[in-house]
Structures are given as C-alpha cells and as structure tokens.
Ligand binder design. Structure first.
Ligand SMILES: [Zn+2]
Length: 288
C-alpha cells in the first residue's frame, strides 16, 4: 500500500506536471470509486496538490477538493494522448496501455493529457468535497508525520495512552497519519523495539529514537522515489518504479541475515499484517 512517502512522491510529480491545467473531462468507469458530481469538476483548474497522511487532495479553482485515497493498489498515471508516457519510460511502462481493466476513472486535461486512476483491488476512492467537508472528513486522522507539531514529546505522550502492541499503534491512522507496514517495520528494527511491545512500555528514549527514525526513513524514501514492493503495484505517474525497496532494513526480508547481527529475520502475523524483525536485536519487553 502506498504510504506517506509514496503519496508524497506522487504529489510532487503531479505538482510539476498538472498545476494550472484545466480538467476538460472526467470519465467514471467504476461508479463506486467516485463520490460527487462530475459537473463540479469539469472545467475547473487544479490550483494545488496537498497531502495529509496517505490522502491526496487536488485543490480546484472552484474551491472544491478532489480527495484521493489509493488504499492497497491505487495508481495515478499520466499519459499523453499520443500514448507517450511522460518522463523516462522503463521497460515496464512500455507495456502500459491505458485505460485497462483496472482503470476506474480518467481525468482528461485540455492540453492533450490524461490522468488515469487505476485500482485493481477497488479499495481506493475519490471524493469531491467542500473545504468544510474535507475538514470534517479528516478530523479523526492523527498528526501527519511531517507536521511540525509531531514532536518526539507528542509522540511519546500518544504511545503512553495505549497498551496495544507498538506496531499496531504506529499503523493506526487515527493516532499518526501516514505510517504503513514498510516504515513501521523498518523504524522498529532501527530502534531495536520488538513489534509486539505494548506502546505504553516504550521508554522515553526509545520513543525519541523511533520518532527520529520514522522521520529519517520517510525522508530517505521520498528521495528514493518511494518503495515499489514485491507486488510492483506502486508506480510513479510516469510509470517508473520507486527505488527505496533496495534500502529496506527488514521489510520483506524474512530468512535473510540481520544487517547488525546476522540472525535470520523473522516474520510474524499481527492482526493480519506481516511484522518483520530480528529476534536478537528486537527483544520483546513487557514493562507490566
Ligand atoms: Zn539482529
């Protein structure tokens, strides 16, 4: 699933390519993927793109917002009508012919360019919202990891409020917005915290380290263009892949030697999601 860095990379890409472009048409191929009135989108310019956690806003000239959530398999791909992908096509992108069966929505721009929203699993969505509706919709989201109020002190105070396993708490978007499975696993490894440690047992020092690793890992990943994990679902709007998967610490590395102590990385299912960790470096602690 695209997490904060992946969505931010998409945002930056769209920002460079679609600002001030007019949406000439909006085609809905899967009605359940879109909530809103297409007439309020057609003819509008895109003023800016913004992001909160994993949610991406297209801010329109009529003050309405097209809010995207890519969920598990959502992609946003820009293709010129000449079928030339913008940017530098990789061999994979040469095979890309859109729309295809996973295309749910097409934004057509007057400058001969289409933006395709593809979503194989159909968990993703697009909603047209007024500013106050957006505010209301996002009010339960926790602080974005890059929000200036997301301090180490704040992070520690939030962890103190929950006895659930730390990894589950990190993934809870109502606590902190933007962290997903990749960065939760790798940040816990770097901080030497077992993923099942109760959040309120994480010490102040550990919380400080974890906070710092979350930010540094996500910053690093954005520089690498985000992570295209083993399912290859995450692609940039020009069809190319992210590169941060080559820098994973433990994520998707079950059985491989720990980079610190060479113990094989273990995988554990926690609430249906895979936790990857080093059983020697990340000792389970229980403060109670
Ligand atoms: Zn280790």
């Amino acid at each position: 699933m695209p997490e904060l860095p992946e969505v931010e990379v998409i945002r930056q890409f769209l920002d460079k390519n679609l600002i001030n472009k007019t949406i000439a048409d909006l085609t809905i191929l899967n009605p359940k993927s879109f909530v809103g009135n297409t007439d309020q989108v057609i003819g509008q310019k895109i003023v800016s793109f913004s992001r909160l956690g994993k949610q991406l806003s297209f801010n329109l000239s009529n003050d309405l917002i097209l809010l995207f959530h890519l969920k598990m398999t959502g992609q946003l791909v820009i293709i010129k009508k000449t079928k030339t992908v913008l940017g530098h096509p990789t061999p994979k992108t040469n095979e890309l012919s859109l729309p295809h069966k996973a295309t749910r929505l097409i934004l057509t721009f007057s400058e001969d360019t289409n933006l395709y929203f593809n979503d194989q699993r159909k968990f993703g969505w697009v909603k047209l919202l007024k500013p106050e509706e957006l505010k209301d919709f996002q009010k339960t989201l926790g602080l974005d990891i890059f929000d200036s109020n997301f301090t180490s002190k704040y992070f520690y105070s939030q962890l103190q409020k929950s006895g659930r396993g730390i990894k589950l708490v990190l993934l809870d978007q109502n606590k902190f917005a933007g962290i997903g499975n990749i960065y939760a696993n790798d940040a816990l490894f770097l901080s030497q915290i077992h993923p099942q440690t109760p959040a309120n047992c994480v010490t102040k020092t550990q919380a400080k380290n974890l906070h710092s690793y979350l930010i540094s890992l996500m910053t690093e990943s954005i520089k690498h263009g985000g992570s295209t994990a083993k399912d290859n679902k995450y692609i940039h709007p020009d069809g190319s892949f992210g590169q941060h998967q080559y820098y994973f610490r433990v994520y998707q590395k079950e059985g491989e030697p720990c980079s610190v102590c060479t113990t094989p990385i273990k995988r554990l299912k926690i609430s249906g999601r895979s936790a990857f960790f080093c059983p020697s470096c990340q000792i389970k602690s229980n403060c109670l």
